[in-house]
Design a protein around this ligand. Structure first.
Ligand code: PLP
Length: 393
């Protein structure tokens, strides 16, 4: 039997065996607490600091600017709540309508606590409009948060331009780069961001560990209180093995990103070209070019209601794909909200197929997928005649 095809890398990625090998000593023998002064503690501290330098190197940051957290979600929470509290609460915050729940829910929490939040619209491709940002900035705007890459549709935002506008205005700029780090080049100084969130499990590292880049001089208050680890910004005994895994994953990404991104982008283009022939009513959602290399978000005109059936058919045929954000399965409607924010109607918003490629996929898997998908789509209810979209992008 053919092996399964994992095409859901935006949900999570398999642990790279090289990352696992780097972590193993810290799951077993090297169990010291990095805050302890004895040899075991010093060994753990050394491993944590090496990982900090590895993460910083991928981002073009200083090691002292990296704060380890328990997830991308926690990094987002620390950025938004921490910056808000450090500024004395209240004030004005700007984000976009189609952020991940880790940002949106944090904004809702801050709204309940008295902060005014403006949600910037996005266009049909999922891009935030620079003009609407300019119109929305106020004298009391303290922070703007716009994600680098959207998890559902794959669109990449013009982060450098957005950050430039925001910092010229005197506010802080945060980006949730959880989907982008390790997939596209990120340099915090070229982008000009103040705060940036990432998560290990999206770049072939372990689950349950993330980091927040905090530009030197940016003031944050903690959201977790305790023993004062991580410069007092994230108390708790460090997850040494997880942090080592994140460090190893970023070191691998630094070496392999360019080659990997080119390979995945070429497959993405090949898949789209093939689908133009085999499923003419399929269309691409998200920006045609400004998107994550291995990320495809597809709609099938007139067949949107059949998406769960399609996912089941693909699963049975050996393909793991998704209907949107895995992080939102307990968060009904989050995926739909992303599409509706882009101007798709409710029916289209319910019917997307997300196919996200990753490091260990092969040419053979791409070929098999190109056989399987048209058959699975053909098994759905027939296309309504009056609807016609094409893969124009
Ligand atoms: N932000 C984005 C854009 C994501 O896609 C995700 C997870 O899918 C998160 C934040 C949350 O990261 P974590 O799963 O590490 O909490």
């Amino acid at each position: 039997m053919a092996s399964r095809i994992y095409f859901d890398h935006s949900a999570t990625t398999p642990l790279d065996p090289r990352v696992r090998a780097a972590m193993e000593p810290y799951l077993d023998g090297a169990y010291g607490n990095p805050s302890s002064l004895h040899r075991e503690g010093r060994e753990a501290r050394g491993a944590v600091e090496k990982a900090r330098a590895q993460v910083a190197a991928l981002l073009g940051a200083e090691p002292s600017e990296i704060i380890f957290t328990a997830s991308g979600t926690e990094a987002d929470n620390l950025a938004l709540v921490g910056a808000n509290r450090a500024a004395g609460g209240g004030h004005h915050l700007i984000t976009s309508t189609f952020e991940h729940a880790a940002v949106l829910e944090t904004c809702h929490f801050l709204e309940r606590a008295g902060t005014q939040v403006t949600y910037l619209p996005v266009d049909r491709d999922g891009l935030v409009d620079l003009g609407s940002l300019l119109n929305t900035l106020r004298a009391d705007t303290r922070l703007v948060s716009v994600m680098t890459a959207n998890n559902v549709v794959g669109t990449l935002q013009p982060i450098a331009e957005l950050a430039h506008i925001v910092r010229a205005h005197g506010a802080l700029f945060h980006t949730d780069a959880v989907q982008a780090v390790g997939k596209v080049p990120i340099d915090v100084n070229e982008l000009g961001v103040d705060l940036l969130s990432l998560s290990a499990h999206k770049l072939h590292g372990p689950k349950g560990v993330g980091a927040l880049y905090v530009r030197q001089g940016v003031k944050l208050d903690p959201v977790v209180f305790g023993g004062g680890q991580e410069r007092g910004l994230r108390s708790a005994t460090e997850n040494v093995a997880g942090i080592v895994g994140l460090g190893a994953a970023t070191a691998l990404a630094r070496e392999e990103l360019a080659e990997e991104a080119a390979r995945l982008a070429a497959w993405r283009v090949r898949i789209l070209e093939s689908l133009r022939e085999t499923i003419p009513h399929a269309y691409l959602i998200g920006h045609p070019v400004k998107r994550l290399p291995g990320h495809l978000c597809l709609g099938f005109a007139g067949q949107e209601e059949g998406m769960l059936k399609l996912l089941r058919a693909l699963d049975e045929a050996g393909v793991a794909a998704s209907s949107g954000s895995a992080c939102s399965s307990s968060h009904a409607g989050a995926t739909e909200k992303v599409l509706e924010a882009m101007g798709f109607d409710a029916q289209q918003a319910r019917g997307l197929l997300r196919v996200t490629l990753g490091r260990f996929n092969t040419e053979d898997e791409v070929n098999r997928f190109l056989q399987i998908l048209p058959q699975a789509v053909a098994s759905l209810a027939p296309v309504r005649n009056e609807v016609s979209y094409a893969i124009s992008k």
